[in-house]
Ligand binder design. Structure first.
Ligand code: F6R
Length: 610
């Protein structure tokens, strides 16, 4: 949800900011801009559309080569259309201050009204232009810009991560955060501020994850971090980033998404490292500090929610823990949570660890004094820091906006949790636990062998079905969440309307839509107790001339328009083979239709607004 970057140091700042924006583009890509001080004037260059448009403008401008401080922004529109005038940075009326902002200032209309009455004027529809003018206004009553910034931020309600520069002091950058990620990268004789680590990882690995309510004042060789409410200094721990920039490159693949799909075997291997203690135990020391839940509430959004729904099956079936999986934006506003701190535990799942609704749900659970577990990919993210305990999925950076390997890594950790609690609850036979652990051990290699054939089949089917206007995805039991995920992937990547259904629900209404132009993707693994049922649902569709792709195992008796056979794995672990097929199919349809695979329209990677 917008990426911001600031650089102050000894190198030409504009190329560094543009390079940083490239790494942040996944966070928003409908417009971009940058700002710097040149010849004692604030210079702002902005452009609608992708970053390349901005780059062209910067090259034509040619004035920036010598500046050593700059700020930049890549936008996912919240207030105002994705036009140049709404792109960041925004300048104060007196042309002294330039601001980049990620988040939403909820009371901006109120603040704007006050500023209008004081004579301020606005060129954009954004909350950011209001904020920069509010800071400017506060300069009249405060001793310096730092105090003015703090005062303005205390007046602003909502979420923000900002970076501010001052025409009168171009050797200082100011940054602050509240409910939106902001990371300080500490170099030698240079400093960075960004929404995410890859923006500056080529230059420094030493980072401070700023906390809500902190202000950073950075110069090239110096910095201080202060509390927003009283401007007292705080000391913050510097952490060293262990993963490399190479992990955030395409590595020869056509798109990040394809690379990330093919990384899934490694993700499984990495996720299991240190977890498989011996042949019948899973090692999850993170959970030892927390009571064994009598009831578990899984809360997440989007793909992470689908992973949660899938995990619900395993936790209930293997560990005998009743699970309720809820959408974070609903959970956070429930009138009554009805949670008992002695019995309930809340598990929030988030790849980014910054999703606004999931973070708010976590905070709501904490207010209810319930223990919380965060299942996150991004180390040091807000959810990872605020949950009572955190399990990291260790999937490495996921750059493609559509989530793929993160879901696999979440499912893997949910499998580990179910096996861990199953042992502690003595709810699963030793034999089943051992055979499941055996399957887990060979899963990565198995998947890695299968991925090339899956890709070939996905490509062939994509050519046949890419012209469809709508799609159903059907599954039962643990395949139902996968059907939801298959449909989500197809719609977000190819803009083809797709819905996932529990197959048994079809005859309660949706089947009315079936005709020869409306294909259905049926998930029908051989062993599932539900096989006979899903077969009947499929026949019902075929009786209405609906075309069917059946994802199944060799030896089943499904007569579909297209049988997609994948090897058999017993039980819900079959999902680790089904999911990549769904991902690859959507990937291929999207690429075939010429869509922007890694950055689909209207989306952003990390949804830090409500
Ligand atoms: C879909 C997708 C989104 C995210 C959702 C939650 O491909 O990526 O649905 O899963 O926005 O994001 P996280 O997991 O970061 O909380």
């Amino acid at each position: 949800m917008c990426g911001i970057i600031g650089y102050i140091g000894h190198r030409p700042a504009v190329p560094i900011v543009l390079e940083g924006l490239e790494h942040l583009e996944y966070r928003g890509y409908d417009s971009a801009g940058l700002g710097y001080v040149f010849n004692q004037d604030l210079k702002i260059i902005r452009s609608s559309g992708k970053l390349n448009n901005l780059k062209e403008k910067v090259i034509n401008e040619g004035s920036s080569l010598t500046v050593m401080t700059a700020i930049g922004h890549t936008r996912w529109a919240t207030h105002g259309a994705p036009e140049e005038r709404n792109a960041h940075p925004h300048m104060s009326n007196d042309k002294r201050l330039a601001l980049v902002h990620n988040g939403i200032i909820e009371n901006y209309l109120e603040l704007k009204k006050d500023l209008l009455s004081l004579g301020y004027s606005f060129k954009s529809d954004t909350d950011t232009e209001v904020l920069v003018n509010l800071i400017s206004e506060c300069c009249h009553s405060e001793p310096d810009l730092l105090h003015a910034l703090a005062k303005a931020l205390r007046m602003a309600k909502g979420a923000f991560a900002i970076c501010l520069m001052d025409r009168e002091a171009p050797n200082v950058l100011y940054a602050a955060r509240n409910q939106a990620p902001l990371i300080f990268g500490q170099g030698v004789g240079e400093n960075f501020i960004a929404s995410d680590v890859p923006a500056f990882l080529n230059y420094t690995r030493d980072v401070v994850f700023l906390e809500d309510g902190q202000i950073l004042v950075a110069q090239s060789g110096d910095h201080k971090i202060l509390r927003l409410n009283d401007l007292q200094s705080v000391s913050c721990e510097t952490q060293r980033i262990q993963w490399s920039m190479q992990a955030a490159q395409k590595g020869g693949y056509r798109h990040f998404m394809l690379k990330e799909i093919f990384e899934q075997p490694n993700v499984i291997t990495d996720g299991l490292t240190g977890r498989l203690e011996n042949n019948d135990q899973i090692n999850l020391p993170e959970l030892e500090r927390i009571l064994i839940p009598k009831r578990l509430h899984i809360v997440a959004c989007g793909t992470s929610y689908h992973a949660g729904l899938w995990g619900e099956h395993l936790l209930e079936h293997w560990a005998h823990i009743p699970v309720q999986t809820e959408i974070a934006s609903e959970f956070r506003y429930k009138e009554e949570l009805l949670l008992d701190p002695n019995e309930d535990v809340v598990l929030v799942i988030s790849q980014s660890g910054e999703t606004a609704d999931t973070l708010a749900a976590l905070r709501r659970a904490k207010e209810a004094k319930v223990k919380t577990i965060g299942l996150c990919n991004v180390v040091g993210s807000s959810i990872a820091r605020e949950a009572d305990c955190v399990l990291y999925t260790q999937a490495g950076p996921e750059i493609s906006v559509a989530s793929t390997k993160a879901m696999t890594s979440q499912m893997l950790m949910l499998t580990c949790m179910a096996l861990y609690y199953a042992r502690r609850n003595k709810s699963m036979s030793l034999g089943l636990r051992q055979s499941t652990l055996g399957q887990l051990r060979s899963l990565a290699q198995f998947l890695s062998q299968e991925l090339p054939q899956m890709h070939t089949m996905a490509k062939a089917l994509s050519r046949k079905y890419a012209q469809a206007k709508s799609f159903f995805y059907l599954g039962r039991g643990y395949c139902f969440p996968l059907a939801l995920e298959g449909a989500l992937k197809l719609k977000e990547l190819s803009y083809i309307h797709a819905e996932g259904y529990a197959a048994g629900e079809m005859k309660h209404g949706p089947i009315a839509l079936i005709d020869p132009t409306f294909p259905t993707f049926v998930l029908a693994p051989a062993e599932s107790e539900m096989y006979a049922k899903i077969k009947s649902n499929m026949v019902e569709i075929q009786a209405r001339q609906g075309q069917v792709i059946a994802l199944t195992n060799p030896g089943t008796d499904l007569a579909a328009d297209d049988r997609w056979e994948i090897p058999f794995l017993p039980g819900p672990l079959m999902a680790f083979l089904i999911l990549p097929c769904l991902q690859l199919f959507s990937y291929e349809v999207s690429d075939y239709l010429g869509k922007d695979v890694d950055q689909p329209r209207n989306l952003a990677k990390s949804v830090t607004v409500e």
